[in-house]
Design a protein around this ligand. Structure first.
Ligand SMILES: C[S@@+](CC[C@H](N)C(=O)[O-])C[C@H]1O[C@@H](n2cnc3c(N)ncnc32)[C@H](O)[C@@H]1O
Length: 204
């Protein structure tokens, strides 16, 4: 589900970008480490602030960044035009039908997008499908605790059914074969969850 104009305003401004750079990305790095020299997918890239962090802070070799909203993809392409095309691809796409082969990425980043997806369990399954053995799923998500608040309901548009708590999200990530264990943390009194799920390395 695309963002409405209120949420676009909240997302596409320098305060949100500063939070992204100085709070969210460092927290995910503490939980999951860097992705130096690795092949990374970012789902729901928005205007590309996270993609920049995946290159600069996490050290990825290449990023495939995608978003369901053509307007956000256009903004990301403009923002990221300094990165060479052999290291960056930015496309319109749906996290529940990722245009990539099985086991083709070392890491997947989700900066607050899965709570926009009606069938969020399908999104988690798709992310697991494209991760290689030993791959990592970095997530920052917005829980039902936040989405049930009048402010979210009044000003923004999200699916109203089938939302998740922190425990439900972690359980689904683990059910899909990514171990989270204690590598997650809540913020905002349970409104947000940050964490990393790891696929087991290949045997031998
Ligand atoms: C809250 S914004 C976050 C954007 C960006 N990751 C950030 O942190 O600034 C959620 C993003 O998810 C995108 N989105 C929603 N549903 C999606 C889907 N099914 N597949 C891919 N992207 C989706 C929206 O268009 C929007 O850009």
């Amino acid at each position: 589900m695309k963002m409405n104009w209120v949420e676009k305003f909240l997302m596409n401004n320098p305060i949100r970008a500063a939070f992204h750079v100085h709070v969210e990305a460092p927290l995910l790095e503490r939980l999951g480490g860097r992705t130096e020299g690795l092949r990374v997918l970012e789902v729901g890239c928005g205007r590309g602030v996270g993609t920049e962090q995946i290159f600069r802070r996490f050290g990825a070799a290449s990023v495939f960044a995608m978003d369901i909203d053509e307007d956000m993809v256009a903004r990301a392409r403009t923002r990221l035009q300094g990165f060479p095309p052999d290291r960056l691809r930015v496309e319109v796409g749906d996290v529940t039908a990722i245009d990539a082969e099985d086991a083709s990425f070392d890491a997947v980043f989700d900066f607050a997008i899965i709570h926009h997806v009606p069938d969020w369990q399908a999104a988690v399954a798709e992310i697991r499908r494209v991760l290689k053995p030993g791959g990592r799923f970095y997530f920052e998500e917005v829980t039902r605790h936040a989405l049930d608040k009048w402010s979210y309901r009044f000003f923004m548009e999200h699916p109203t059914e089938n939302r998740f708590t922190t425990a439900e999200f972690i359980r689904e990530v683990e059910r899909q074969g990514m171990i989270v264990g204690s590598d997650y943390t809540e913020r905002g009194g349970g409104d947000f969850v940050f964490g990393v799920g790891r696929v087991a390395p290949a045997a031998g």
